[in-house]
Design a binder for this molecule. Structure first.
Ligand code: OGA
Ligand code: NI
Length: 352
């Protein structure tokens, strides 16, 4: 036996990453190249709009199926420049390679959740990772102050990160429109919740671990926001709980692609037609892994509830309304420390 691992990281036996099905029957792969040639129509039922006729309607159907059956899909030809991906990956590696005291200078606090952090807990077990969170806007409510913190010793980091944010945000809006159309909503139905959005980018570094069978890079969880757009490097480690049989499936890295997953808010908006799916990150004993999720979230003033168009006499709303800003604050607090109880979840708002 080598050194004992800190028990704060050790997962309960039933949550340890034993079985994953590598690459088998993995998530749908969707080619977004039709978006490079066509605009997204505002009204799918308008027969005079030629964009809807062919490639775009096919794309909407693929997105709808992936959202319904998987809650996850991978996209290629997404319009974000490969050079930009390379730059943000390189600066991510440089940031985490900074001396610990430099990273500590940009550490997040209890009121400001932006910056560096190496002690996040998911479901009250410590994650084997370090992260850096940033956004392009800064705002303040009674309880939270989002204030970006950039390391002095890496002056180019801010501009690269901000450019990256804007690139993936553009993709985010396109995906929101396609998802809205797949739910038979008007294209911009979801987008208007995103003015003054509470979105942010996270840089993740998962270091090698001597006991990859006992810990997780991120414990099993569902993303609580709107939509997540994830860039991962070639190492691999993201596992998804497949809806059809509950098996953990490893997502195979595809160069220059993004992994998209639906968060809890889309589940509530769609009144459970689409679901946010559980996932986790396994680590390994040899390689560092880097990933970069963009959490595309509505404005913190948004009150989330099933959309009127998607409920009816026979399909009553399944959730009570909740405020996204309050939910986000409660989550941030619970991730900051180990608690004895479960943190806030959307099923707490479920109507019985
Ligand atoms: C997350 C997450 C996956 C990954 O940060 O919510 O699920 O591959 N990350 O890093
Ligand atoms: Ni996640």
């Amino acid at each position: 036996m080598g050194l004992q691992i800190d028990p704060a990281f050790v997962q309960a036996a039933e949550h340890r990453p034993k079985s994953t099905i590598s690459d088998a029957g993995s998530i749908p792969l969707i080619d977004l190249s039709p978006l490079l040639h066509h605009h997204i129509p505002s009204d799918p039922s308008d027969p005079s709009d030629p964009a809807i006729a062919n490639e775009i309607s096919n794309l909407i159907a693929q997105i709808g199926e992936a959202c319904r059956d998987w809650g996850f899909f991978q996209v290629v030809n997404h319009g974000v420049e490969v050079e930009l991906l390379e730059k943000v990956e390189a600066v991510t590696k440089e940031f985490f390679a900074l001396p610990a005291e430099e990273k500590r200078k940009v550490k997040r606090g209890e009121v400001n959740p932006m910056g560096y952090y190496d002690a996040e807990h998911t479901k009250n077990v410590r994650d084997w990772k370090e992260v850096f969170d940033f956004s392009v806007t800064e705002w303040e409510t009674k309880l939270l102050r989002l204030e970006n913190q950039w390391p002095e010793n890496l002056p180019e980091m801010r501009a690269i990160c901000e450019e990256y944010y804007k690139g993936v945000e553009k993709l985010g809006y396109k995906l929101l429109e396609l998802i809205a159309l797949s739910l038979n909503l008007s294209a911009k139905r979801l987008s208007h919740f995103y003015e003054n959005s509470n979105s942010y980018v996270r840089l993740n570094h998962y270091g090698p671990c001597q006991s990859p069978d006992l810990v997780l890079g991120v414990g099993r969880h569902k993303d609580c926001g709107g939509l997540t757009i994830l860039f991962q490097d070639e190492v691999g480690g993201l596992d998804i709980k497949r809806k059809t049989d509950g098996e953990w499936v490893r997502v195979k890295p595809i160069h220059n692609s993004f992994i998209i997953n639906l968060g809890d808010i889309i589940q509530v908006w769609s009144n459970d037609k689409y679901e946010s799916v559980e996932h986790r990150v396994s680590v390994n004993s040899k390689k560092d892994r880097y990933s970069i999720p963009f959490f595309f979230n509505p404005s913190s003033s948004t009150n989330v509830k099933p959309l009127e168009e998607l409920v009816s006499e026979d399909n009553q709303p399944k959730y009570h309304e909740y405020n996204w800003g309050d939910f986000y604050k409660a989550r941030k607090d619970s991730n900051f420390q180990k608690l004895e109880k479960e943190n806030v979840q959307i099923y707490h708002f479920k109507r019985v």
